[in-house]
Design a protein around this ligand. Structure first.
Ligand code: SF4
Length: 207
């Protein structure tokens, strides 16, 4: 298996500029953008929030939007019914339980409607600079293929990655997403052109 440090170096060279591409002006807006980004591209979310955040930007604003109105505004992000319901409930939860401020604490964040570990990890990493890794489908697949984890469960994968990578997990997340999206793809990964194939568990089992 490739050593964690070597993998970090490899990905850093390959994707030096990997960052959160969602656009936001406050931690609350980041939270809303991350909720909207489930099963949707960051580009699409940015198009939607560019208009949305001009009219609605605070928890108070979102707590007062009628659900059918919000649904229409976020429709193109997909799963708009559930996302609208969760966003409104999340905004109300922030107002009622946290005085209108997005909690700084991971355990508090995941008590909010629509906020799972993946969303809370992104918020804690991007807004608060914590060493956390959100595990999406790309991170899960790449971790399993390389042997960093052996699980279908994103929470278990997150624990394994946190154990192996002591720092820089936030950057690692974005780099692994790009690596999984464009190189180590779900179907037909570019194994023959892969510089780390000799240290890849998946490659060894297939060749
Ligand atoms: S060898 Fe293939 S499966 Fe392994 S990391 Fe490279 S692209 Fe992914």
């Amino acid at each position: 298996m490739i050593k964690p440090n070597a993998f970090v170096d490899y990905l850093t060279n390959k994707f030096p500029d990997a960052v959160c591409e969602l656009k936001f002006k406050s931690t609350f807006q980041l939270l809303i953008a991350v909720i909207l980004s489930a099963q949707c591209t960051d580009k699409r979310v940015n198009m939607v929030t560019d208009t949305l955040f001009k009219k609605y930007s605070s928890p108070k604003d979102f707590a007062q939007i009628p659900q059918d109105v919000l649904e229409q505004k976020i429709k193109s992000c997909g799963f708009y019914h559930n996302k609208a319901k969760n966003i409104i409930a999340c905004a109300k939860g922030i107002l009622e339980k946290y005085d209108g401020e997005v909690p700084r604490n991971f355990d508090d964040l995941i008590t909010l409607a629509g906020v799972g570990r993946k969303t809370a990890n992104v918020v804690c990493a991007v807004a608060y600079g914590e060493n956390r890794c959100a595990v999406d489908t790309h991170v899960l697949r790449v971790s399993n293929r390389l042997g960093f984890a052996k699980t279908d469960n994103p929470d278990v994968c997150e624990r394994e990655l946190t154990k192996r990578f002591k720092t820089g997990l936030d950057k690692l997340h974005y780099r692994m997403v790009l690596f999984g999206r464009y190189h180590c793809k779900a179907i037909k990964p570019n194994c023959m052109e892969c510089d780390i194939k000799d240290e890849c568990k998946y490659y060894k089992t297939k060749h």
